[in-house]
Write a protein of this length. Structure first.
Lengths: 290, 336
């Protein structure tokens, strides 16, 4: 696994993307610290809150090549023939990506100290600054796993970057979008029914097994219908709540409000684990691919 | 060493490999021979665990490639059709990465690298970036990569495709030398290559096994018939009358040549050394002057063509260049 880790790190640091990501992160961190801290309030958590959109561009840049490039260059055959489990290969790649992701954030870790050194009146709370930075890293870790998964589905890095950017963008605006979702019970039911149908369709496309996909889709729809018949008062606003729950960027908000939110930390780590698991599955499925 | 039983791989409706079974013994070089689209690459990918089989079983050194992939893969070094090289790394960096990924311990790393580089002749380019190497050298680096971790079985998919004649000769020499202390399986659509390099031949066509054995065995087993080419001075009727009653003659075909000569093709059952005399005497008894008499031995190529043409031909067979590809086995190599 260390060999995979080092090779991935090496390819990130020998290419341009790792540096572009780092430069982007530090450039915006610098601008925000200057504009908001040096000229306004010294609250560093505000900087992080304002600049988590950098991940929208940074994560696709960072993760696009990880698997798609191997497939493009046919070097993935080497990975498949190595006496290593796919979990170790994916984990090695992921940890390398996280290392590159964290590097500029470590530099940003100096800023609170710098702000305190420059402070003329009253120091900022280092505890809240660093807990926000930790939350920022955790958010990045979850998003990196999402990017890695998208890269593992694609055959070219450019496609992976495009798809990843769209997913990041949707995730970023999921919370404001959720507010426009109708709150009524029937609307929620209809949205869930549609989601179940889409899920069945994806399942069919992914596995090629139409009967199973149809069966699962039908079971989901029937379950929804039964649930609605039994407890219709649970439905109003439920779909919007679920969408709100999926809004990964919003989980960072609490960190920015001075709280080390353990629940959000667990959420980020679970999201990373889920997408790493999905990446392993996507890679394994290639062995069966047509 | 390697056992393949009832291997089948389907891609949707298309069957790439069908009910393929063979056994590979230790310490020999095996040639996996078949035209393009015969299922060679698919089989190699399954043998190395890169692809899952639809049905059937592959064991390497007793380990099932699917149930115990880690143990099985430790015994195998694989060079896919396209060498899996990272262009941005130097040869040394790349080989060191592969060795460590294969679990070679730090203590043995330098020794293994030096050996693999020396055997494949890439020591001189060890410090160069892979993307700047010629195709021949990349192929060598690919083979060096397969040798790392001291696997007992080396699997090479079309190792000489795209190389120049000199490189082909060198890679073949390298493969022969690998076969001295390891088991080698190589795939090829070039017959002369398999004849030159391999101890055993496994012929596949449309995903099915059509024949296996040593080249000599195959020639013997399938060379039931002998063909004679003659030039005589006589009328077609006379030749037919003279030859057809002779023992062992199966078919006589005539074709008019220049200056009243007649070209004759005789197909005979292989009835031992007496056949030459019987043909010759049958003609001289009738006072037919023989200007030329040649016996054509069945070659591995004929065996292959006979075997692959018995099957109903599909699109894979009608590709242009296929017959050219199977240049006269062993005599001269048209791929050169």
């Amino acid at each position: 696994m260390t060999a995979i880790y080092e090779r991935e790190l090496d390819s990130q640091l020998n290419g341009l993307t790792g540096y572009v990501y780092g430069a982007l992160m530090l450039l915006f961190a610098g601008i925000y610290v200057m504009v908001s801290n040096l000229a306004g309030s010294p609250d560093f958590t505000n900087v992080l809150y304002s600049m988590n959109f950098i991940y929208l561009i940074g994560i696709p840049l960072l993760t696009m090549r990880s698997v798609a490039e191997e497939r493009h260059q046919k070097t993935d055959q080497l990975l498949y023939s190595l006496p290593l489990s796919m979990t170790k290969i994916v984990l090695g790649k992921y940890l390398a990506l996280v290392t590159v992701m964290v590097m500029p954030i470590l530099v940003m870790g100096l800023y609170p100290l710098l702000l305190n050194a420059l402070a003329t009146a009253g120091a900022i709370s280092l505890k809240s600054a660093y807990s926000a930075l930790a939350g920022y890293v955790l958010l990045g870790m979850a998003l990196t796993a999402v990017g890695l998964y998208i890269s593992s589905l694609m055959d070219s890095p450019a496609l992976a970057a495009g798809a990843c950017f769209i997913v990041m963008l949707l995730a970023y605006f999921l919370s404001p979008l959720a507010e426009y979702i109708p709150q009524s019970g029937p609307a929620s039911l209809a949205a869930f029914a549609l989601a179940a149908a889409v899920f069945a369709l994806i399942l069919w496309r992914a596995t090629g097994n139409r009967a199973a996909a149809l069966g699962i889709g039908a079971a989901l729809e029937a379950g929804l219908g039964a649930w609605y018949a039994l407890a219709p008062d649970m439905f109003p606003g439920l779909f919007a709540d679920v969408v709100q729950w999926l809004a990964i960027f919003d989980r960072f908000d609490n960190f920015a409000y001075d709280i080390f939110d353990v629940r959000s930390a667990v959420y980020f780590l679970s999201a990373a684990a889920v997408f790493l698991f999905l990446t392993v599955q996507a890679m394994e499925r290639r062995r069966w691919a047509a | 060493m390697v056992e393949v039983s009832h291997l089948t791989k389907r891609y949707g409706a298309h069957t790439a490999v069908e009910d393929l079974s063979f056994t590979v013994e230790k310490g020999l070089v095996y040639g996996f021979l078949g035209p393009n689209g015969a299922g060679k690459t698919t089989t190699m990918n399954i043998l190395t665990g890169c692809l899952a089989a639809t049905e059937g079983q592959v064991t390497i050194g007793g380990y099932d490639i699917f149930d115990q992939p880690i143990q099985a893969k430790r015994l195998v070094g694989y060079l896919p059709e396209q060498p899996p090289l990272y262009g941005g790394m130097t040869v040394e960096e790349y080989l060191s990465f592969v060795a460590r990924a294969k679990g070679v311990t730090v203590g043995r790393l330098d020794g293994q690298l030096a050996e693999a580089e020396a055997v494949t002749g890439v020591t001189d380019v060890a410090g160069r970036l892979i993307r700047n190497l010629s195709k021949g050298y990349r192929q060598r680096v690919g083979i060096a990569q397969a040798l790392l971790g001291s696997p007992q079985v080396i699997i090479l998919d079309e190792p000489t495709v795209g190389l120049d004649p000199l490189q082909i000769v060198e890679i073949r020499k390298l493969i022969r030398s690998l076969g001295r202390d390891r088991t080698v399986i190589l795939s090829s659509h070039i017959l002369s290559e398999v004849q030159a390099v391999c101890d055993r031949v496994i012929m596949v066509h449309k995903g099915r096994l059509v024949a296996q054995g040593t080249a000599a065995e195959l020639e013997q087993r399938f060379a039931g018939k002998v063909t004679y080419h003659l030039t005589v001075k006589a009328a077609p009727g006379e030749v037919h009358q003279a030859l057809e009653p002779a023992e062992g003659v199966l078919e006589v075909a005539t074709e008019p040549g220049d200056e009243g000569r007649l070209n004759v093709t005789v197909t005979a059952s292989d009835a031992g050394p007496g056949m030459d005399e019987r043909i010759s005497f049958a003609l001289s008894d009738q006072r037919i002057p023989v200007l030329r008499l040649e016996r054509e031995q069945a070659s591995l190529e004929d065996v292959f063509l006979a075997l692959t043409q018995e099957q109903p031909t599909g699109p894979a067979d009608s590709r242009p260049g296929r017959t050219r590809r199977f240049g006269r086995g062993g005599r001269h190599d048209r791929d050169l």
